[in-house]
Design a binder for this molecule. Structure first.
Ligand SMILES: [Zn+2]
Length: 126
C-alpha cells in the first residue's frame, strides 16, 4: 500500500502530471491543432481534456518518449470570447470555439457550453 502511495506522487505519474509552462506559444500551437513538443524530447499525445475550475480547462498529455504525464492549463474564457459566443447564441447561430475556430462546435455540459478540445466553458444556456 505504501508503495502504491509513493508511485502516485512521483511527478509525471498518472496521478501527478507535471504542469507545462504557461506559455502563449504552447497554447497557440494547441489551439492550432499542432502536436506539442515534450520537455523530455519527443512529442506529447493528448490523453484527454477535462473541465477545470471556474470555467478553465485542462489537457492531459503523455510524452511519447518518456511516458511521463503532463498537464496543460487552458485559461478560462475572456469577456470578449464570452460576448462573441453570447452573440451567436442570441442570433441562433452554431456555437463554435473562439480559439479552435469555426469548425469546432461547442457542446453542452450541464448548463455550460464547453469546447471538447479546450475544456473551457464559453457560455451558459438558459
Ligand atoms: Zn476550443
Amino acid at each position: 500500500m505504501e508503495r502504491n502511495v509513493s508511485s502516485q506522487q512521483i511527478p509525471g505519474s498518472p496521478g501527478n502530471p507535471i504542469p507545462l509552462p504557461k506559455e502563449k506559444k504552447l497554447l497557440h500551437s494547441y489551439y492550432a491543432g499542432a502536436r506539442l513538443p515534450s520537455p523530455m524530447g519527443g512529442q506529447l499525445d493528448v490523453l484527454g481534456v477535462r473541465e477545470g475550475e471556474g470555467g478553465a480547462g485542462k489537457v492531459l498529455l503523455e510524452c511519447n518518449v518518456s511516458s511521463l504525464r503532463f498537464v496543460l492549463a487552458i485559461p478560462k474564457a475572456t469577456r470578449t470570447e464570452k460576448a462573441k459566443v453570447k452573440e451567436a447564441m442570441d442570433a441562433g447561430d452554431e456555437l463554435t470555439c473562439p480559439r479552435h475556430g469555426e469548425y469546432q462546435r461547442l457542446s453542452k455540459s450541464g448548463k455550460n457550453w464547453v469546447c471538447a478540445l479546450c475544456g473551457v466553458s464559453y457560455g451558459k444556456s438558459g
